[in-house]
Design a protein around this ligand. Structure first.
Ligand code: ZN
Length: 469
């Protein structure tokens, strides 16, 4: 060891001594009020990572009153003097951290919690929020409604993309923080509660039934759902490619019984096709939730079982089931990466058509290129990877032009390599997060002999209609 090198540890330990005295467990700083999402800067919170949500709720459909506790187990990423949760509306009665009452305040969607004892970096800690009230419906920047929706049948439907889940439980509401869930909801006897994962228990006592739903795999908060009302449950299984029986649990409102039956009959075939095309089905169960036609303005890929307002046709069923791989298992790093969800789910529809006697993906691509603007006025209005604002993250360029990017990659590498590339992508980021740069660098590493520059430049990031199809 040279003399200069030997001097370094001395300087380092002097620095460390200063730092240690400064921290000493009493000088933690507050976690951030957001995670700098380019479209929803207040969504999510800095300084910790949620591992598990245990929601223990009770709902009165007639009074539209929700009450209960959220027990949030998280790991501190830094010394924390305070941290935020996201919660929109509702009344917070009490907050405890590590079993001790904590001070808290509210500022818009931020619930700011100041624990009695500071939390140390690396510490796993438990926060319990006692809350109640009538959950609100949130209007998205694009005008659509999410959060807590009242249904025609007198029940409720909770939909969370992009920020609606903060209307019914406090949490770290950003796709980058995935966690496991145990959701228990008690309702008047005779009402059903359907959610994500498996129905781990159902108990009736004193005129009320408590449903306990449990997820085995990590889930982003925007994919959590509750469907409360008059549903009929249907159970079956699908034999997976790996040869095991995947439980199917679907829920259907009475008015959709007939058409939903047809959709449910297609589901096994679509799941198996998805496994062939995208790789092993990522979750421990599947199914659909078919709500009433007017109960929501759109379908949503809620994890394990997507929600549909009315029975879906095959294309929509393919789209929402494809999201189980793209969006739910491989989740965007931020809302900027929305095209990775919607481009893949749209391309899944094209591929399904191609392989089931319809137009080839090339024909779909060509028709869009030649006169897509007749059908979708905004098709060329912005590049898929750069929506011009939060109001545009679910616009057509994110969907159709996102799918066109994938088709350009397929043209570049060929059919066989494209298939391997897609399966490799879902395997690499299974149950994780990935952003656009992760994707482009993955594609480049997978096919090092190809030049993707024009695809990224013209199709992914380029303004206007690319000059060549
Ligand atoms: Zn979609």
């Amino acid at each position: 060891m040279s003399r200069t090198a030997a001097a370094v540890p001395v300087v380092l330990s002097a620095l460390l001594a200063v730092t240690l005295t400064a921290c000493g467990g009493v000088d933690g700083t507050p976690g951030g009020p957001g995670v700098r999402d380019p479209y929803f800067p207040k969504a999510g919170n800095g300084g910790y990572d949620v591992r598990h949500y245990a929601l223990d709720l009770s709902y009165e459909p007639a009074a539209r009153h929700l009450a209960g506790t959220a027990e949030i187990t998280a790991r501190a990423g830094q010394d924390l003097s305070a941290f935020d949760l996201d919660l929109s509306g509702l009344d917070v009665e009490r907050v405890e951290v590590q079993g001790r009452p904590a001070r808290f305040s509210r500022n818009g969607q931020e619930l700011i919690v100041r624990p009695h004892d500071e939390l140390d970096a690396g510490e796993t800690f438990r926060t319990v929020v006692h809350y109640s009230g009538t959950p609100r419906t949130i209007t998205d920047p694009d005008g659509s409604e999410e959060g807590w929706l009242r249904t025609a049948g007198g029940g409720a439907l909770a939909l969370g993309e992009p920020t609606g889940s903060m209307a019914w439980f406090p949490g770290n509401h950003h796709p980058s923080d995935k966690a496991a869930y145990d959701i228990t909801v008690s309702v008047p006897e005779g009402t059903e509660v359907v959610s994500n994962g498996e129905l781990a228990g159902r108990r009736t006592a004193g005129g009320r039934t408590a449903f306990h739903w449990s997820t085995a795999e990590p889930m982003a908060t925007y994919l959590a759902t509750l469907a409360i009302g008059d549903y009929t449950l249907h159970r079956s299984t699908v034999r997976t490619a790996a040869g095991h029986d995947l439980p199917v649990l679907s829920a259907v409102v009475p008015s959709e019984t007939g058409p939903a039956g047809k959709a449910m009959a297609r589901l096994p075939e679509i799941v198996r096709w998805g496994e062939d095309t995208f790789g092993p089905y990522p979750f421990s169960s599947t199914g659909v939730i078919v709500a009433g036609e007017g109960d929501a303005g759109y379908a949503l890929e809620t994890q394990y079982r997507p929600v549909f307002p009315g029975a879906p046709d095959t294309g929509l069923l393919v789209h929402e089931l494809a999201h189980q791989w793209f969006g739910d298992s491989v989740t965007p790093g931020s809302w900027r990466d929305m095209w990775l969800n919607e481009g893949f789910a749209t391309y899944a529809e094209w591929l399904w058509e191609e392989e089931h006697g319809g137009d080839s993906a090339q024909e779909t691509f060509d028709a869009l290129y030649d006169h897509g603007e007749d059908e979708y006025e905004d098709l060329w209005s912005f590049p898929p990877a750069e929506p011009p604002g939060a109001a545009h993250i679910s616009d057509e360029p994110v969907y159709s032009r996102g799918a066109m990017v994938l088709h350009k990659i397929r043209q570049t590498v060929g059919d066989k390599a494209f298939r391997d590339l897609v399966r490799g992508w879902t395997a690499k980021h299974r149950h994780g997060n990935a952003d656009t740069e992760d994707f482009t660098s993955y594609v480049e590493r997978t096919a090092p002999d190809e030049d993707f520059t024009p695809v990224w430049r013209d199709w992914l990031y380029g303004e206007g209609k690319p000059e060549h199809p």
